[in-house]
Design a protein around this ligand. Structure first.
Ligand code: PEP
Length: 248
């Protein structure tokens, strides 16, 4: 069975004071026995990693460069992330694709680079509302999956995580129904099994798009939904705790 995860994507939120409060609340909870990950802003990665001696969380990044070093002003190196003991990197988030014009090719090269450094890429894929209404969901999602994984060899089922995030459900309060999400997840599973016959069944596929404590249980009941990639609800400690507990 694929492992379950709750991954919080803090985006450009949480200042130092807010994250101290967040971790303070988590310290009071017994959160052992699951895979709970948070991606803060780059500047807070180190201080969040230091706090993981008291809470069982892994800390990751929301993006990185596809280069290790050099004249790339403003970029963040995956090699430096590894050096900080960062665990994972979210890649291909729809905000990176739409606001920062990241192409499938660029995302693929980032996946390659992140794997080279033994960090776990979380490859995000998902269709816009327009694409869903034009019946293009599977073509778009499976196209992004194949392009993102082009030429990528995996050592194990834990080497990579896929996150299906319908763009129309991100930050909108509109969640895909468990049935809508499962329909796409089962196609993603099929494609993963084609690409990686030995591993495809066990690779975790997360759902993202307005996940909250009130809908996580129904989503997790579906066979190919192995957890959540969570934006808004991961900023509130009590919501994040409730989401984590739903997976234990
Ligand atoms: C996200 O940012 O990946 C996300 C799913 O956000 P939200 O949970 O706020 O919809």
């Amino acid at each position: 069975m694929a492992k379950s995860y709750i991954v919080g994507n803090w985006k450009m939120n949480q200042n130092r004071h807010e994250l101290n409060e967040f971790f303070g609340e988590l310290e009071k909870e017994a959160l052992e026995g699951g895979n709970f990950w948070i991606a803060p802003q780059f500047i807070h990665i180190q201080s969040c990693i230091e706090k993981t001696n008291k809470v069982p969380l892994k800390i990751g990044a929301q993006n990185c460069s596809n280069n290790d070093s050099g004249a790339f002003t403003g970029e963040v190196s995956p090699k430096s992330l590894k050096d900080l003991e960062t665990s994972f990197v979210i890649l291909g988030h729809s905000e990176r694709r739409s606001i920062f014009a990241e192409s499938d090719e660029l995302i693929n090269s980032k996946v390659q680079k992140v794997l080279e450094h033994k960090l776990t890429p979380i490859l995000c894929i998902g269709e816009t509302l327009e694409q869903r209404e034009a019946n293009q969901t599977m073509d778009v999602v499976l196209g992004q999956l194949s392009s993102g994984l082009k030429g990528i060899e995996l050592d194990s089922e834990d080497s990579i995580i896929v996150a299906y995030e319908p763009v129309w459900a991100i930050g909108t309060g509109k969640t895909a129904s468990p049935e809508q999400a499962e329909e796409v997840h089962s196609h993603i599973r099929q494609k993963l099994k084609e690409l990686y016959p030995e591993l495809g069944e066990q690779i975790s596929i997360l759902y993202g798009g307005s996940v909250k404590p009130s809908n996580i249980k129904d989503l997790l009941e579906k066979p190919n939904i192995n957890g959540g990639l969570v934006g808004g609800a991961s900023l509130k400690a009590q919501d994040f705790i409730a989401l984590c507990k739903a997976t234990i």
